[in-house]
Design a protein around this ligand. Structure first.
Ligand SMILES: NC(=O)c1ccc[n+]([C@@H]2O[C@H](COP(=O)([O-])OP(=O)(O)OC[C@H]3O[C@@H](n4cnc5c(N)ncnc54)[C@H](O)[C@@H]3O)[C@@H](O)[C@H]2O)c1
Ligand SMILES: [Zn+2]
Length: 339
């Protein structure tokens, strides 16, 4: 079997390589059921032809228990048993739901991912968080279970719509601010067009972001400490996604990252020169850095967030490009941090 680029928690192998070449050897002669959406199924029909399939819808609104139940019912109808291998092929929506279903179907069956969006490759498919939303609250139901393998095939990103590609770049910028200054500098020299065209450069950027995430998950799978660093820009991003349909996840992360860079300057953690470089890089990649709704409304959403029930929340702030810090903030003080 090919050597993985990264291994997470000993059991999960991550490959940045061709799906067509790798997949047959990774699944072997097991019975495979693919979970995917109609777009991927159409674009990658040849790759998926040998396997049985369950198609689900698209978009954040289908990331629900109902969809998970539908998949379970189809697995039952197909006679899938504990030896069946579930292969999720798609972006973060598909891998989050399918990973969750695989973790609960008959108390857990083996599963793997082919991650087909940039955001999925650098973030959603890595780290073992699976789950669905409830009543508009993201990922309220889920589990930590590692896929047996993740294939991130950069050539599959050629078919990705431009908007989705840029949204994925926001997570790469985020990862470089958390832990790869050299990649941040490299990105400052690149354009979106170059990243789309130059497969080597894109693979290097994906590899960098996966390395940052994999190393952190290795230390802290359950998010008791360091894993919180990966939420840079996400506290605000989740509030944006909750209050407006104007932005997709990665776009909201770009706003959240730009805003916390400002906060970090205000409290003397980050220099304004570094803040300006962060903002300029996001803008260079065509990402908006101004919130699409009033800050006062976002602050209300953050304060009332059911997911952080206590009086405190964890805010991730950059200290410098390549190093961030987790700060505990009283919810009643949020206004003064963000005003
Ligand atoms: N589990 C985690 O750790 C984690 C981390 C980050 C994000 N997420 C979750 O990921 C989800 C977002 O994922 P996403 O950004 O990948 O969006 P997505 O899964 O909705 O995919 C975006 C769209 O692109 C299409 N698409 C996918 N691959 C394509 C390709 N190669 N060519 C053409 N079209 C393609 C899909 O059909 C879909 O319509 C959110 O629900 C978020 O909460 C999870
Ligand atoms: Zn994210």
């Amino acid at each position: 079997m090919a050597n993985p680029d990264f291994t997470v928690r000993a059991t999960s192998r991550i490959y940045i390589a061709s799906a067509t070449e790798l997949l047959p050897s990774l699944v072997g002669d097991r019975r495979v059921v693919v979970v995917t959406d109609a777009t991927i199924d159409r674009l990658y029909a040849d790759l998926l032809k040998p396997y049985e399939k369950i198609l689900i819808g698209r978009g954040e609104t289908i990331k629900t228990l109902q969809t998970a139940e539908q998949i379970v019912r189809q697995l039952v109808a197909m006679g899938a048993d504990r030896n069946t291998f579930l292969l999720a092929v798609g972006g973060g929506i598909v891998t989050d739901i399918a990973g969750f279903v695989a973790s609960i179907y008959m108390r857990g069956i083996r599963f793997g991912f082919i991650s087909t969006t940039l955001l999925g490759q650098v973030d959603a498919s890595v780290g073992g968080k699976n789950g669905v939303n409830l009543d508009g609250y993201k990922n309220m139901i889920g589990c930590f279970t590692q896929p047996e393998f993740v294939i991130c095939d950069p050539t599959m990103l050629l078919t990705l719509p431009e908007r989705e590609f840029r949204a994925g770049l926001a997570e790469i910028v985020k990862a470089s601010i958390i832990g790869d200054e050299a990649m941040f500098c490299r990105l400052e020299q690149a354009t979106v067009e170059e990243l789309r065209r130059d497969r080597k450069l894109l693979a290097a950027a994906v590899r960098s972001a996966v390395r940052v995430k994999a190393e952190i998950v290795e230390r802290d799978e359950r998010e008791a400490g360091d894993r919180r660093l990966l939420n840079l820009g996400h506290t605000l991003a989740h509030a944006i996604e909750k209050s407006s349909k104007a932005m997709i996840h990665g776009e909201a992360v770009a706003v959240g990252t730009a805003v916390v860079a400002d906060v970090a300057v205000k409290i003397g953690l980050l220099t304004s020169v570094q803040r300006d470089r962060i903002r300029a890089l996001l803008v260079r990649f065509g990402l908006t850095i101004a919130p699409p709704v009033a800050m006062s409304r976002l602050l209300k959403v953050m304060t009332k967030d059911k997911k952080s029930a206590g009086n405190d929340l964890h805010l991730i702030l950059p200290r410098e490009i390549g190093r961030c810090e987790v700060m505990t903030v009283h919810k009643q003080d949020l206004n003064s941090w963000f005003e």
